[in-house]
Design a protein around this ligand. Structure first.
Ligand code: AMP
Ligand code: GLY
Length: 435
């Protein structure tokens, strides 16, 4: 089987490792946006090109004779790469453009959940002008979030208390969006702990992955600017230390109901990864957002734990036979930590050499925003390298990950606190104080 992987970050390195472990006869091709040596080592052919250009992607898929494609990041999904591949007969893991609106439009998702009575949504309103903005902010008081209605790499969301400190600031942000011709959503702010619950989805059947908690802030103690995610952990029982089995079941039910709603609305199946970003609050499990792909770093946690054959799962997704696939994850805890360039995310250093020769377990090493210049591995300006520690407790997995990430040399930094006993206890105490 000839498989085309689209994308070249650490998430895609985790995907290619999972493909490589499969017992299927396969040839793997990658269309990348940077020279990722971890991915190219495991591929039959690896080229760098515009992964967001549907026709370029399709030409490459035809050239290599791919019968299966896997789309890693969200931008190609937003551009309709999956539609183009399916139309040409290439079965694709990653939803078509209309279905990927679940990630690309905040208003679409809120309206869908409301129309189908799916629980977990905040009070919200959508806007394309300033009409009614002040009234709705007054109704929400100090608990509001303003969201640009499109893909903005996490930068379009401004939360009261964190990024916006008065209604005047909120109104100014809204006015900017109106002036740019952008739509936006204002919604009720939730307080609690976030977690990611991703499901493999063939449109009718879902197989849920272990829950994971990400750390979006750049610095220790959840301080500093938002990032793509500095690190993640998962627990032995596939829940999280601050969640009950009932909380996990509610998140599963929301993902299942959402897939069903999409099929009902479009008459077409959502085939790919359904990634619910949830928050556990004093009022139960709430839905913060959906993504239409694997999380990054979450993919490194869950795919490291995956015991089943990943190609069987991909075939189940594209053929609508996921119910017949045995999807199992090992009962281990994982901690993933990212080493990122000095100055990340606002003014990252770029082009500086890094050295990963001190890593003791290459299976747990995932290359992300790196490049090769004159034969030397260098930082390419975003999250650079991730490592995963796996053990019988989160605490032991953290020690493994910390040892590995601190062995990487170069102008980098990482969060030493992710997965430590102290930060996990803080999460538990926070939720206990809310329940
Ligand atoms: P999103 O792109 O919708 O995930 O938003 C980015 C981040 O903003 C989330 O990971 C949350 O930390 C925060 N956020 C978004 N919506 C809400 C909400 N309704 N209540 C509290 N925090 C939120
Ligand atoms: N870990 C956050 C994301 O992938 O969007």
């Amino acid at each position: 089987m000839k498989i085309l992987l689209i994308g070249s970050g650490a998430r895609e390195h985790a995907i290619v490792k999972a493909l490589d472990r499969s017992s299927h006869e396969k040839e793997i091709y990658c269309l990348a946006s940077n020279r990722n040596p971890g991915i190219s080592d495991l591929c039959d052919k690896f080229i760098v090109g515009d992964i967001n250009d549907s026709y370029f992607v399709l030409d490459y898929a035809k050239e290599v004779g791919a019968s299966l494609a896997i789309v890693g990041p969200e931008n190609p999904l937003a551009q309709g790469v999956s539609d183009c591949l399916w139309d040409a007969g290439v079965k694709t893991v990653g939803p078509k453009k209309y279905l990927a609106q679940l990630e690309t439009s905040k208003a679409f998702t809120r309206d869908l959940l409301k129309a189908y009575n799916i629980p977990g949504s905040p009070k919200y309103q959508t806007f394309d002008s300033m009409n009614g903005v002040m009234e709705f902010l007054n109704e929400l008081g100090e608990n509001y979030v303003v969201k640009y209605d499109g893909l903005a790499g996490g930068k379009g969301v401004k939360v009261a208390g964190d990024h916006l400190h008065s209604h005047d600031e909120a109104l100014a942000y809204c006015k900017n969006m109106v002036d740019d011709g952008s739509d936006f959503v204002i919604e009720e702010k939730f307080v609690g702990q976030e977690f990611s619950l991703m499901s493999f989805c063939d449109g009718d059947n879902l197989k849920h992955m272990p829950a994971v908690q990400d750390h979006k802030r750049a610095y220790e103690g959840d301080k500093g600017p938002n990032t793509g995610g500095m690190g993640t952990y998962s627990d032995v029982n596939h829940g999280l230390p601050f969640l009950t089995d009932g909380d996990i079941a509610k998140a599963h039910a929301i993902n299942t109901a959402t897939a069903k709603a999409l099929k009902d609305k479009f008459g077409e199946e959502y085939k790919g990864i359904l990634y619910g970003g949830f928050m556990i609050t004093s009022n139960g499990v709430k839905l913060i957002e959906y993504n239409a792909r694997f999380g990054d770093p979450e993919a490194m946690n869950v795919l490291s734990l995956l015991e089943s054959d990943f190609i069987d799962i991909c075939i189940g997704i594209v053929n609508g036979t996921l119910d017949q696939v045995d999807v199992r994850f090992s009962n281990k805890a994982t901690v993933c930590k990212y080493a990122v360039p000095e100055g990340y995310p606002d003014s990252p250093v770029k082009g500086e050499p890094i050295d990963v020769s001190g890593i003791s377990n290459p299976d747990g090493l995932f290359y992300a925003s790196v490049d090769i210049q004159n034969g030397q591995l260098v930082e390419a300006g975003s999250r650079t390298v991730a490592v995963v520690g796996m053990a019988d407790t989160i605490s032991d997995a953290e020690k493994l990950a910390e040892n590995e990430v601190s062995s990487i040399k170069g102008p980098l930094f990482h969060r030493t606190d992710i997965g430590t006993d102290i930060i996990i206890q803080k999460r538990i105490d926070h939720i206990n104080s809310l329940r």
